[in-house]
Design a protein around this ligand. Structure first.
Ligand code: AMP
Ligand code: MN
Length: 362
């Protein structure tokens, strides 16, 4: 089936642009006291909880919520740099939000009063509205080390969707509206670096998270390009002849802290993107292609309804319990990813809080 240009644009506009919404307008769901603490309390927003100063927020109050891994400019939250010089990321002074624990309570992200939006606050008054841009908040991404950066051929090609997963904490409300009998594939989230191999109208290539890399001698020693050659991707994809992108995690020695502490570099597929239809393939189609190409798939932990996968109800704790498990070689997994079987564009990740607290980088 072919789509018209207009249809493709409509599909793209409709697709989730997950982690780009780092700062959103939200209504406080609940305030919870912290035992033995008189100066602080918990704000609950969707699946998130944040420790705040007591008395500044209350249930029903609109506020601005900044997710973990937000890069927060000093101007909007100078207190984050108390006691030290602000850090710098992409030319902006500020701080990165990480998972922390205060008085034994998990605290993830930052809640700010609506007044941080200035006198235009009433233009931003829709639940879930993205205010990242006007606040200058961006997603922090760890810069790639030298063996991973490489020479770019161009930006990430526009006929492929970038890999990204929405967090379950932001999906709870959507999940309530979906059918109970919807089935999901559950895979292990591997902690490495996102990699895309593609074939498009006779051309093949390899991309890191945000760039396509040259595959010539100038990139010998680059881990993405080396793997592309080692797996014989170009010939295999040309032989298959479909306009598709194989997306997976490259993990192991020298990559993102090597959480699994393994020797060697591995590639595991978690998605196959159909460039002609601009959508992800269903799990069964993906497995067939992975087999045909002789590649390895990310560990599949199960498939079925949420209940059958161990998520008994739609509370955040129920999802987090499933993510709190060992990975391949580490006692603590980074997390898990749920993908709807009938709607492969509906996916979300559940990051293990024990991974975040150990300082793991998603
Ligand atoms: P994050 O690392 O927090 O940006 O989460 C999204 C990323 O998880 C994707 O871009 C992938 O690179 C990575 N990932 C690792 N394992 C999986 C998996 N099983 N399914 C989907 N994405 C995965
Ligand atoms: Mn990651």
């Amino acid at each position: 089936m072919e789509f018209s240009k207009e249809e493709i644009e409509a599909i793209i506009a409709d697709m989730p642009t997950p982690s780009r919404k780092m700062a959103t307008v939200r209504w406080v769901d609940e305030i919870r006291p912290i035992e033995g603490a008189d100066a602080i309390e918990l704000v609950i927003l969707g699946g998130w909880q944040v420790v705040v100063k007591k008395g500044e927020f209350f249930a029903g109050l609109p506020c601005v919520y900044l997710e973990i891994d937000s890069w927060v400019p000093t101007e909007i939250a100078p207190f984050l740099s108390k006691g030290h010089e602000p850090r710098e990321y992409e030319g902006v002074k500020g701080e990165r939000l990480k998972t922390i624990r205060l008085r034994k309570q998990l605290s993830q992200g930052l809640v700010l009063p609506l007044s941080v939006l200035g006198d235009k606050w009433d233009e931003f008054f829709t639940e879930g509205q993205d205010v990242s841009e006007i606040l200058g908040v961006v997603k922090y991404e760890k810069p790639l080390p030298a063996n991973m950066r490489g020479n770019a051929r161009r930006y990430f090609p526009n006929f492929i969707q970038k890999t990204d997963q929405e967090r379950v904490q932001n999906r709870l409300r959507t999940l309530e509206a979906r059918e109970d009998d919807e089935e999901y594939e559950l895979t292990l989230k591997l902690d490495g670096s996102s990699t895309t191999f593609y074939h498009y109208n006779g051309d093949t290539g390899v991309c890191s998270r945000n760039l396509e890399l040259k595959t010539d001698e100038s990139n010998v020693g680059n881990v993405f390009v080396d793997k592309f050659h080692e797996l014989g991707i170009s010939d295999k994809l040309k032989a298959l002849g479909r306009n598709i992108a194989i997306q997976g995690e490259l993990w192991g020695t020298g990559i993102n802290g090597n959480w699994e502490k393994v020797d060697g570099i591995y590639f595991h597929v978690f998605d196959v993107f159909d460039c002609d239809r601009y959508c992800y393939l269903r799990a069964d189609e993906r497995y067939a292609i992975v087999n045909a190409l002789g590649l390895a798939h990310a560990p599949i932990l199960g498939s079925g309804t949420l209940a059958s996968l161990g998520v008994g109800d739609l509370r955040i704790e129920s999802f987090l319990a499933v993510a709190d498990r060992p990975s391949i070689f580490n006692k603590i997994a980074e997390g898990v990813v749920f993908k709807s079987l009938k709607d492969p564009n509906f996916t979300f990740k559940v990051i293990n809080n024990r991974f975040l607290e150990k300082g793991g980088d998603e």
